[in-house]
Ligand binder design. Sequence first.
Ligand SMILES: Cc1cc2nc3c(=O)[nH]c(=O)nc-3n(C[C@H](O)[C@H](O)[C@H](O)COP(=O)(O)OP(=O)(O)OC[C@H]3O[C@@H](n4cnc5c(N)ncnc54)[C@H](O)[C@@H]3O)c2cc1C
Length: 432
Amino acid sequence: MWDFETDPDYQQLLDWADEFVRDEVEPLDLIWPHLQFTPLTQTRRKVVDPLKERVRQKGLWATHLGPELGGQGYGQLKLALLNEILGRSQWAPVIFGCQAPDTGNAEIIAHYGTPEQKERYLRPLLDGELFSSYSMTEPQGGADPTQFTTSAVRDGDDWVINGWKYFSSNANTASFLIVMVVTNPDVSPYQGMSMFLLPTDTPGVNIVRNVGLHGERDGEGSHALIHYDNVRVPDSALLGGEGQAFVIAQTRLGGGRIHHAMRTIGLAQKAIDMMCERALSRQTAGSLLADKQAVQAYVADSYAQLKQFRLMVLYTAWEIDKYNDYKKVRKDIAAVKVVMPTVLHDIAWRAMQVHGALGVTNEMPFLGMVTGAAVMGLADGPTEVHKTTVAKQVLRDYTASTDVWPSEWLPRKRDAARERFAEYLEAEVGNQ
Ligand SMILES: Cc1cc2nc3c(=O)[nH]c(=O)nc-3n(C[C@H](O)[C@H](O)[C@H](O)COP(=O)(O)OP(=O)(O)OC[C@H]3O[C@@H](n4cnc5c(N)ncnc54)[C@H](O)[C@@H]3O)c2cc1C
């Protein structure tokens, strides 16, 4: 059965969320920009806690998680419909308990953590009381984890971690880190790497710099360069088994990627909304911008591009719910990841262009969206690598031609067809 309708009860909740985000949450982006991952001060708590409470009362807190983890167990498709509303605002995912990178981090602790790790890290993470950071990329290599050299060596009952990590987002405000390290250099990296869970204030965890993105001032960055300098952790800090890092990373990144895509729908829709409003508001050379063919093409192309992307994301979310296995949905998650930066870039760029000079100022959000699109082509792996994944998965369903001619080579197919219907062809010739 195919059905593209949202069930009416959930639609009511989505309508509530849409109004709530626009009226109550988007203002936080303006008064406290970039502070959504910073632990709350007393002042901010007075505003933020009641908003989270309203979300909880509506049953929309961390909806994708099962009830045992404090959510509703709604799954990825319903999360997608919610996330496309939350994607409009920086603060909204935090207010609804489903922000990256914490969702992905929570997911792997839920999957692989011991009861003690869940109690210590997962519970407060899901309560929205603290933040986490995923520390995998290294200065000398991100796209290819086999280049990683940060290591953990056993010393008695402990492990000692040494090395450098780069772009560990939110490490400066996170309470704990999930770090991927080499634990056995003598086997393939796919078996020789492990994950550790450790508090950010563990001695030897040195945040050397917080790298900022374009447009952020020095000191505003949130992507840490970390020197792990003889960081001693107990055996109980190991997440999952020794040598499990690659398996765990796949679980984490699968979810993270599709969640970004869901939010991107919301951001791109916001750009379309602004484009259309401007097109209907601005008069030039005798007519509205909306009456110019070039602007109509911007609107139509943007609408069609987002519609395709949205259907692709919703379908992939549905697949994740159906199979409950990221590996099985790998091809489509990678395909979504490939398409995402272009969709946001193209739509934001057209919306910016329609706004003229105002579009490129810091009084409108378009260049931030364009930077966001560039980030999406890198974070959680570069587009090129995901294209390789898609291609490999697609090619897996095909086999090589048995001889020099392609199987669709017309002369051979024609001969085969003639042979099959020879008696009719002969009868036709005979009747002429
Ligand atoms: C905003 C942001 C947040 C991030 N947050 C985190 C985080 O929280 N934790 C974390 O661990 N990392 C994080 N990252 C890092 C991110 O995962 C890496 O940037 C990414 O994996 C690419 O690694 P790299 O930057 O070292 O580029 P490289 O690996 O050096 O690749 C550079 C370029 O080479 C090309 N390339 C690479 N491999 C291939 C290939 N196989 N085929 C064809 N071309 C290729 C691509 O054009 C690629 O962009 C974040 C990055 C950004 C931008």
